[in-house]
Design a protein around this ligand. Structure first.
Ligand code: PEP
Ligand code: MG
Length: 755
């Protein structure tokens, strides 16, 4: 059964024209189920009816003509019930509708299954037979399984089809897709689809006649590609601080990898042309990596493909004229890579849409550093048909609108304008204190990972750095940074705020944050070996990092160390033991007492909420990672576009947990900061203020907005709002309510723009 299903779905996908694909499916299903008729109907939610789209068994002329209203006939009954309907004698059923043009008099048995994608009924697939009988359990299971598998491919094909057809009306063409928010902001513009001038699919199996010539071609292409990458690396170095250009070192090292080069050479030596040899090695390498179901390796595949693609172009298509990218664009690609972004950085990239990639891909990290709104992981993105289409990209929610209605464009344009105006308004607070109307002092800190963030915040008065994500400089390299490299890196961060506190988190890799050079294979990485679990198992990594932090802190003495993904007291005891060890070894080596840092724990695993009292005996402060805390409290993967709608900081469960945490921290007399994205969202900030939080750390882009809000609200206002929302039970109600209340105090614009 699995093979038949797979075969049917694959032949659907391979057929580029939707009508033909549907015709193919109905015939395949009719044959596979040994029945006499199979038909597919699509729901038209505007017309409120189902339209016959393909049939093998009813009159072909009826296709496109038969339409049955949402409350008529058996097909609609399937859609209404959202479950299979199995009837032995359909003509005697009260919902049976006679449609003479269908010529279905010969059939008695009817089985229909709904085709549902993201909770919406897209259509119905039915089979019919003259023999009056109920379809058996296996047949029902087959049709239901097939309908479920077809749902997403039909949804994808429908979008592709709409885009390929000449516009009927704007209204009918508007589609939206949901991906993963990569970088916040709104972009409106025309799609520019980046496609390589030549790809590996077009490389044929060819033998060569001259070994030396072929090996020379390889050497030249390698050298040329190296040169290109160096230029890109220099370019990114000019655009962003030096730590970002480390991304290109990864590419350069791959190109220098002797094993990789020897594999290509050996293929050439066995007679294959250089392009064929390269294709074989890339395919083998990618296949080897793909066997390993692991996020870390997947990121590596992107690097390999990207570098080899460049190599191929340099081998075969150096002189082929490339399509000139437009001056302004929303960049669309199968996979937007870091190198592509830098290459196009001369143009105005208004936004980024990528079918592959996650919120932690290299390209996403760069997009955030460049301040370009991005949506990644758009699995149903019809890349090849998007060129030139108008797009609206919402980097806050991770949605894109394709050929949007005028009203959608207008609404987003208004939001974008408001954002611009707000940016100008909030700029006035740059040098002012963060305090509420009633004079309550608040600490606003910066979240950073690349020093570009610090550049962005350099003219803003803040309390320092509340979260330095040390994994980011680790992620953009191709090996662990040495102790000295780390010292230099940390010194630059500590020196940026020499008189204020700088919180450095120990390496928080694992989960969705891959280190390409430290692969981990896990079925469930978010519940696996990440954060402190990994570094405690590798004290050699942890100790080097702590030594580097302590050494970097000698002059400024403003370091706080933060431990991520803590689940139990024992982990903190062990981490402290390592900090003590590094501290005493270093003091001995340097012959002086090394300053002792503050030590804190992140509250992001729900279990820690119940251990604050014990933990507070071991540490100086707490910091709440609302991104992970929300993920774990709600059991929703923060990077999975399918469940993105369920991931919500305003879930009453999350709000109650945050209330419990602040009360316990107050009881334990320990400072607590909120460093997840929630603190940078206007509603989040206000609710957290009301709960009693007074320290927040957020991305540099949100700092000014947050300061403006603080300076325009009183604690009493926030308390009133919290009291009212405690009675509400769903996140949407809470957000809608807060919007109305904020409008009343003149802060409504902030919420709409950041929604
Ligand atoms: C968090 O989980 O909220 C957090 C700040 O850490 P990260 O987003 O880096 O996991
Ligand atoms: Mg976290």
């Amino acid at each position: 059964m699995i093979t038949t299903l797979k075969h049917i779905v694959e032949s659907f996908i391979q057929q580029p024209v939707l009508e033909r694909a549907l015709e193919q499916v109905v015939t395949d299903v009719k044959v596979a189920m040994k029945t006499q008729c199979c038909s597919i109907y699509f729901a038209d939610h505007e017309q409120q009816d189902y339209q016959l789209m393909a049939t093998d068994g009813l009159a072909r002329e009826a296709v496109g003509h038969i339409r049955v209203g949402f409350s008529q006939g058996l097909v609609s009954l399937v859609g209404q019930r959202e479950e299979p309907v199995n009837i032995a004698n359909a003509p005697s059923h009260p919902r049976f509708l006679v449609a003479p043009e269908a010529k279905e008099d010969a059939y008695n048995a009817f089985l229909g299954a709904p085709i549902i994608h993201q909770r919406k009924v897209l259509g119905v697939i039915s089979v019919q037979q003259s023999e009056s009988r109920h379809f058996d359990e296996d047949e029902v299971a087959f049709l239901v399984t097939l309908a479920a598998q077809l749902a997403s491919v039909i949804a994808h094909a429908k979008i592709r089809d709409l885009l390929e057809k000449p516009t009927v009306t704007q209204q009918h063409n508007h589609k939206y897709l949901r991906g993963v928010p990569g970088s916040s902001g709104i972009a409106i513009g025309q799609a520019y689809v980046h496609k390589p001038v030549i790809n590996f699919e077009s490389v044929l199996q060819k033998k060569h006649h001259n070994l030396d010539k072929e090996l020379t071609k390889l050497d030249l292409a390698l050298a040329h590609t190296q040169e290109q990458l160096s230029k890109l690396s220099d370019k990114v170095g000019m655009l962003l601080p030096s730590d970002a250009s480390a991304i290109f070192d990864v590419y350069k090292h791959l190109l220098n990898d002797p094993v990789f080069i020897e594999r290509i050479q050996s293929e050439i030596k066995s007679g294959w042309s250089v392009a064929t040899a390269l294709k074989t090695v890339v395919e083998e390498t990618v296949e080897e990596f793909e066997q390993i179901d692991d996020e870390y390796i997947k990121e590596r595949i992107t690097d390999v493909k990207d570098v080899c693609q460049r190599l191929l172009v340099n081998l075969l298509a150096k002189d082929i004229a490339r399509r000139k990218p437009p001056r302004e664009m929303i960049l669309v690609a199968e996979e937007v890579t870091a190198s592509l972004l830098v290459e196009l950085s001369g143009q105005k990239i208004k936004g980024i849409c990528s079918r592959l990639g996650s919120s932690n891909s290299h390209a996403t990290i760069l997009a955030r550093a460049f301040g370009i709104p991005a949506v990644m992981g758009l699995v149903n993105l019809p890349v090849n048909t998007l060129d030139g289409h108008e797009l609206v990209l919402d980097g806050y929610s991770g949605q894109i609108h394709i050929t949007p209605d005028e009203s959608v464009v207008k609404e987003y344009q208004r939001l974008a304008n408001e954002e611009e105006e707000l940016a100008a308004t909030v700029q006035q607070t740059a040098e002012l204190e963060a305090e509420t109307i009633d004079g309550t002092q608040i600490d606003l800190f910066i979240n950073t990972g690349l020093s570009a963030d610090l550049d962005c915040a350099k003219d803003i008065l803040t309390s320092g750095i509340g979260l330095y994500r040390t994994e980011i400089p680790f992620m953009v390299r191709d090996r662990f940074p040495t102790e000295n490299e780390q010292v230099a890196l940390y010194q630059s961060v500590l020196n940026a705020y020499p008189h204020q506190s700088v919180t450095m988190r120990t390496l928080d890799v694992g989960g969705d944050k891959p280190l390409p050079y430290f692969p981990i294979e896990e079925d469930n990485p978010f519940l696996g070996w990440r954060g402190i679990r990994l570094t405690l198992d590798h004290p050699e990594i942890q100790l080097v990092q702590i030594r580097a932090m302590l050494r970097a802190n000698m002059a400024t003495q403003n370091l706080s160390i933060l431990l991520p993904m803590v689940t139990s007291v024992a982990e903190v005891q062990e981490a402290k033991r390592l900090i003590h060890q590094a501290h005493s070894e270093l003091s001995e080596e340097l012959g002086t007492k090394v300053p002792w840092p503050k030590i804190g724990v992140m509250i992001e695993v729900p279990a820690t909420i119940y251990q604050i009292e014990q933990l507070s005996k071991l540490v100086d402060y707490f910091s709440i990672g609302t991104n992970d805390l929300t993920q774990y409290l709600l059991a929703v993967d923060r990077n999975n576009a399918r469940v993105a709608g369920l991931y919500d900081y305003y879930h009453p469960g999350v709000i109650q947990a945050l209330l419990a945490i602040v009360r316990q921290c107050q009881q334990a007399k320990k400072p607590v900061t909120v460093c997840g994205e929630m603190a940078g969202e206007p509603i989040g900030l206000i609710l957290l203020l009301a709960m009693g939080y007074r320290q927040f750390s957020m991305s540099a882009h949100n700092l000014l907005k947050a300061k403006w809000i603080l300076r325009n609200i009183s604690i009493q206002d926030t308390l009133d709002m919290l009291e009212d929302i405690e009675a509400l039970s769903c996140p949407k109600q809470i957000k809608d309510f807060m919007f109305i209340r904020l409008e009343k105090v003149g802060l409504g614009g902030f919420v709409r723009a950041g929604k």
